[in-house]
Design a binder for this molecule. Structure first.
Ligand code: SF4
Length: 324
């Protein structure tokens, strides 16, 4: 029988099957069942780019050394980096340390995904994972595993925003933390990249791909318009740093995005291609980015920052950076 597209299936049935499978099959891991937001934050940051087996060995030891957010915030950076040894990608340790200090300054752990995202280095994925698992907030997560599952369920490639929308639509709001972990677990142990084990999958009858690797199909190039803000003041420029857990260009600096195109004419226009998308880029000199964290940075310092390729291209085009 042909699989139904997920938009036609009973979403409640999808949630029920997935959660029943998770209750029965989930791996025993040191952070399972944890409700302390600090300990969940530590596990989520460790798990971003390190294998579960390695994190399993280091998680308990790290928490023994830094049992609370206060102990981590008080620690010297060198001590935190030493404790992170073996996990790799040390910028995550620096981000976690900075987040602990910010939490101490606030005098309270952020109480929602929105507040968590205000912490340095915490992006949408990490904020939603912590808030859903610790507080039961109905915030869906999309990481590499979840994205692969969603794309196979739908039988086609999905843009990031489509993935987030689909994850939110499927989310079981009565058990959001378990549901998010179940989606990630499914991608990690059943719906694996090379050979998904569809015969063990709890939602096979609702999946369009059913093991046929749609990712092998040639991808169509997408066309998008990007409106960016270029603000200058006394030899400085306003730049924004991408979250460390961004799937693309983590921690790099870029010009802030404008959510609406201003009425004025762009200062410059250019084309830029990333992966399978061709962007028409409009840069506005007076457009003020709303609600975006960023910093004024002296132009002579900007050239030493890890800029995105597009930011570097724009600054070179405007002769604000030297090519050397
Ligand atoms: Fe993945 Fe197969 Fe399950 Fe579809 S049926 S979600 S491809 S494991």
């Amino acid at each position: 029988m042909r699989a139904q597209a997920p938009k036609e299936v009973d979403v409640r049935s999808f949630r029920r099957r997935l959660l029943r499978w998770f209750d029965r099959e989930q791996r025993v891991l040191p952070w399972r069942g944890e409700k302390d937001p600090y300990r969940i934050l530590v596990s989520e940051i460790m798990l971003q780019q390190t294998r579960v087996a390695v994190v399993g060995q280091r998680y308990g030891r790290f928490l023994k050394q830094f049992p609370t957010v206060a102990t981590l915030a008080r620690a010297r950076e060198q001590t935190v980096l030493a404790a992170w040894s073996g996990l790799g990608y040390y910028r995550r340790a620096r981000a976690l340390h900075a987040a602990a200090k910010a939490i101490q300054q606030r005098r309270a752990f952020p109480a929602s995904a929105k507040e968590l995202q205000e912490l340095p280095g915490v992006g949408r994925y990490t904020a939603a994972a912590v808030a859903s698992i610790a507080y039961g907030e109905p915030a869906a997560v999309v990481d590499g595993n979840v994205k692969r599952v969603l794309q196979r369920l739908r039988g086609r490639n999905l843009r990031d925003e489509e993935c987030w929308a689909e994850a939110e639509r499927l989310l079981a709001s009565d058990r959001p933390g378990d549901f998010n972990q179940a989606m990630m677990e499914l991608g990690a142990v059943v719906c694996v990249p090379a050979r998904p084990n569809c015969s063990e999958c709890p939602v096979t009858s609702m999946c369009i791909a059913q093991g046929k690797d749609h990712a092998q199909k040639p991808q169509q190039r997408r066309k998008e318009i990007l409106n960016l803000s270029l603000r200058r003041r006394n030899g400085s420029i306003f730049l924004k740093q991408r979250a460390w857990d961004s799937s693309v260009m983590p921690s790099m600096w870029e010009l802030p995005t404008l959510h609406a195109r201003p009425a004025e004419k762009p200062a410059i226009q250019l084309r830029h291609s990333i992966i399978n998308t061709d962007y028409q880029v409009n840069v506005f000199a007076n457009g003020a980015p709303s609600l975006q964290q960023g910093r004024w940075i002296e132009l002579r310092s900007a050239r030493r920052l890890p800029l995105t390729g597009l930011a570097r291209k724009i600054l070179l085009r405007l002769e604000l950076l030297s090519s050397r």
